[in-house]
Design a protein around this ligand. Sequence first.
Ligand code: NAP
Length: 294
Amino acid sequence: MQIGFIGLGSMGSAMALNLVKAGHEVRAWNRSRIVQDRVPGITLVPVAADAFQADAVFTMLSDDPAIREVILDAGLLAKARPGLTHVITSTISVALARELEVLHEKVALGYVSAPVLGRPNVAASGQLNILAAGKADAVAAIEPLLASIGKRVWKLGEDPARANAAKIACNMMIAMAIEAMAEGVVLTESVGLDRADFFELILGTLFSGRAYESYSAQITDRSFEPGFKAKLALKDMRLAVEAGNQIGRTLPMLEAVREGLANAVSAGLGEKDWSIMADMTVRNIATATDSGER
Ligand code: NAP
């Protein structure tokens, strides 16, 4: 198949390369210049509109404003190849997913919300979990493509917003797990228990899940290279707050982790992995300069 790809960042480049490996012709656009050697087999196109002249196009831009700027404000949907299916794998708001559904319907394009679980190394090995929602025919049209970038496609129904709400909830809960582990370390290190021993205990007894395994290792090693950037995680906590506001709910644990990530970003650590939030809690760096996020 001919596939367009928009956004060759940490996740997008890994996913686009897996589409090439699966035998597809990939034409990709990225805002800043990409060295061809980094993306062998991918044809780099000069304007984003070119990526919409394909059977399907994937968008892996960072956030809502980037999607508005690159796709909606530039009128790319109206210029797309007729019959194309647009797959947005970015983590975006529930509200934008709803708006995108209507906008795609207006121009008779397929639209699938397909945010992903897994970090760039997982994307590189084609092992992402993909949360897919959209009209059944649109999902069916791109299912073989999703199979090339992920190990499992979780079909969440015809309403695209479901996939986005599920993804935002997952990230909210990972942030809570990171903060929970950090606060556990605060108590146990105060009596001289090594954090590696504490984590061995909790992983072997009460908390054996993937998020605990992966992030306890980073907290133990004090290794905070992304991974998933704290500034993008803060964006996701904002999306969760907004989704709660839309249904008239304030979620207290969410508010706490949003503030922890806002502190990390304010302290200039936005490019670090989001688990840097745990380091700040353990070292009792509670507040930093105000970034307007608090
Ligand atoms: P990233 O490495 O920062 O890449 C972001 C991409 O968006 C880059 O291609 C960047 O272009 C582009 N971009 C940002 N603003 C833009 C704008 N205004 N106009 C045009 N292009 C713009 O981020 P990532 O880690 O790949 O994450 C991408 C998405 O996946 C996010 O929604 C994130 O929440 C989600 N996600 C990430 C992970 C993870 O572990 N990293 C896991 C699951 C989901 P430039 O190269 O020019 O900056």
